[in-house]
Ligand binder design. Structure first.
Ligand SMILES: C[S@@+](CC[C@H](N)C(=O)[O-])C[C@H]1O[C@@H](n2cnc3c(N)ncnc32)[C@H](O)[C@@H]1O
Length: 251
């Protein structure tokens, strides 16, 4: 049958976000490959690795599985951003291919646990595609609950205006280009919402799905500076933060 890999979306915070499909895939896995440096710095890596282990302990009925930690190659800061990311993915693909070939039996089942869903700002699927050119593997994807869904559920809001589209973007992109309509912003370390017109509506969430969850909603003019202060305080206290927000530009 050959080596098989499950890429399992584990949801963006709450272990209760795991789907039945994800739990079945966890129970089918012999080797979990963990590549956690990419998730965040310092305490984030430690906390998120711990959460993954808790998920396995809670949902796997017959523990006989192993964790294999994959070293993370350094990303160059000297070349162009896209080129650096491309080289970094290629270096990771070589490491993953070697680990899969040595750690997984020829008919074994391995897994990568992807935070939220692997389709959203996650490099696992791009790297596995490159890995499959080097070792003979098949793989499947188990969808997970993204931070976007966690955000809209906790604020009890729809994502889109009636019949309208939604942009999913990053803080870096938001600073470069003003938003029209609705936009979800992820990967924003700089409170980029402060650059939006004050009438812009914002629904903000940090540590969604966890006991430390923070939620604030209003207009940027009303709540923007409060979010920035809350964010800085929480980040200092935890040593890391993950936050996401939905913006609705004024008409
Ligand atoms: C590398 S991306 C991964 C996204 C993930 N694949 C998903 O499906 O949500 C990390 C970003 O997702 C957002 N994020 C992930 N988990 C979050 C959470 N529990 N609370 C708030 N934002 C979160 C943050 O914007 C963070 O910077």
């Amino acid at each position: 049958m050959g080596r098989h890999i499950h890429v399992i979306g584990i949801g963006a915070g709450d272990p209760d976000y795991l789907t039945v499909q994800a739990i079945n895939a966890l129970n089918d896995t012999q080797v979990f490959f963990a590549m956690d440096k990419g998730l965040g710095k310092g305490g984030a890596t430690r906390d998120l690795v711990a959460l993954r282990r808790q998920i396995c302990e809670r949902f796997i009925r017959e523990p006989g599985y192993r964790f294999v930690e994959l070293p993370d190659p350094k990303r160059s800061t000297e070349t162009d951003y896209r080129e650096a990311v491309f080289d970094w993915h290629a270096a990771r693909a070589r490491i993953w291919a070697a680990a899969i070939a040595t750690e997984l039996a020829p008919d074994g089942v391995g897994a990568f646990l992807a935070w939220g869903d692997p389709s959203l700002y996650d490099s696992t699927l791009r790297i596995l595609d490159a890995v499959s050119a080097e070792v003979d593997i098949s793989y499947d994807v188990i969808p997970g609950i993204t931070a976007v869904q966690a955000l809209t559920a906790r604020h009890r809001i729809p994502l889109n205006e009636v019949g309208a589209s939604v942009l999913i973007t990053t803080g870096r992109q938001l600073r470069a280009r003003a938003v029209t309509g609705s936009a979800v912003v992820m990967l924003d370390a700089e409170c980029s919402f402060l650059s939006c017109p004050p009438q812009t509506r914002i629904w903000w969430g940090a540590y969604l799905g966890t006991a430390d969850e923070l939620l604030v909603a209003g207009t940027v003019g009303e709540v923007g500076t409060r979010i920035a202060a809350l964010r800085a305080e929480a980040r200092a206290r935890h040593g890391w933060i993950m936050d996401t927000y939905l913006l609705q530009a004024p008409d």
